[in-house]
Write a protein that binds this ligand. Structure first.
Ligand SMILES: NC(=O)c1ccc[n+]([C@@H]2O[C@H](COP(=O)([O-])OP(=O)(O)OC[C@H]3O[C@@H](n4cnc5c(N)ncnc54)[C@H](OP(=O)(O)O)[C@@H]3O)[C@@H](O)[C@H]2O)c1
Length: 297
């Protein structure tokens, strides 16, 4: 564990970020590049990754400040390969930002037999964090996960008896309600994961944080057909720009104010209180154990 003698700042730190090719992640990566962070972006699409890296290098004013690691966050093998590449190419990791996320209108299973929303939004952060945790402990680093106020829609909490979401996707009006409840469950999982991770990191110097970006105008939910696109077009009228949605994320990565804090859920740079299901420490512990089983290869 590294002893932090001077105030925390992102300048010169190594930041691993998922979902930096669009929306909130891209806005955060641009700001972090501007502030002098060295970025390792994990992305699934090589062309988009190259374009994003070129933009970030331009902002950073240096080619050596941005690395690309390719991974599809729905595939555990792909995540393991990217983590291996990261660990072998970069000796220090200071911040991990688990930001990639999606919603799926139709129920799909991944190559690992997991339901797709669960795999990308919850298991991918869980697995990636597990694989990089020793490096993050060494640097007294920060793990930041993009959660959502939408967790409140998971009114039954995490349904451990429906992990592959068969029941969830058969809810009435399944095209919207099933997918939304499933998405909410994964965002609830992000908050529970953060609180349990913080407990497990106590005494190591590393910390865990999650946040609610608000309603943000991004590419989110654009690949889900006309009904989803129409809903998002209406929601855009009430949305924040990506830069505003990324503000709390950048603050969590860069600010010295949160040194000493861990396990919290933030909205607009303030500790916020999530819904009761997200505060249940027994559920958080159970989720951790179930997730561990789900990432056994
Ligand atoms: N927008 C909102 O109002 C809102 C509100 C609360 C929380 N959030 C959360 O914010 C996070 C970012 O979403 P966003 O709104 O910025 O949406 P976005 O513009 O669609 O960005 C999503 C990012 O995740 C990446 N991604 C998705 N699936 C992936 C996969 N299988 N493998 C690798 N990367 C993948 C995307 O990569 P590609 O570029 O290759 O597609 C993209 O970079 C998500 O966790 C979301 O749940 C969003």
């Amino acid at each position: 564990m590294q002893i932090q003698n001077k105030p925390w700042s992102i300048q010169g730190k190594y930041v691993v970020i998922t979902g930096a090719t669009s929306g909130i992640g891209l806005a955060a990566a641009k700001e972090l590049a501007k502030r002098g962070a060295h970025l390792g972006i994990i992305a699934r699409n090589p062309d988009k990754a190259a374009k994003t890296a070129a933009l970030l290098r331009q902002i950073a004013g240096s080619d050596s400040m941005v690395d690309i690691f390719l991974a599809d966050m729905s595939s555990q093998q792909s995540i393991r390969q990217a983590a291996e590449a990261l660990l072998s190419s970069w000796p220090q990791i200071d911040v991990l930002i688990n930001n990639a996320g999606a919603m799926f209108m139709e129920r799909k299973l991944t190559e690992d037999g997991m339901e797709m929303t669960w795999a990308v939004n919850h298991l991918a952060p869980f697995l990636l964090t597990t694989l990089l945790i020793d490096r993050l402990k060494q640097s007294g680093g920060r793990i930041i996960t993009t959660a959502s106020y939408g967790h409140k829609m998971a009114k039954e909490g995490i349904r451990f008896d429906d992990l592959t979401a068969e029941r969830c996707y058969s809810l009435p009006h399944r095209l919207l309600l099933g997918a939304s409840v499933r998405y909410a469950e994964t965002k609830l999982a992000n908050i529970l994961f953060t609180s349990e991770l913080a407990k497990r990191l106590q005494g190591t110097g590393a910390t865990a944080h999650c946040f609610n970006p608000g309603l943000v105008s991004t590419n989110f939910n654009q690949g889900n057909g006309w009904a989803a696109q129409l809903t998002m077009a209406i929601m855009k009228l009430y949305s924040r720009p990506p830069e505003k949605g990324a503000e709390t994320l950048v603050w969590l990565a860069d600010s010295d104010e949160i040194s000493g804090q861990s396990g919290h859920y933030y909205t607009d740079k303030q500790i916020d209180v999530p819904k009761p299901h997200a505060q249940d420490s027994e559920t958080a512990k159970r989720l951790w154990e179930v997730s561990l089983e789900q990432i056994q290869s």
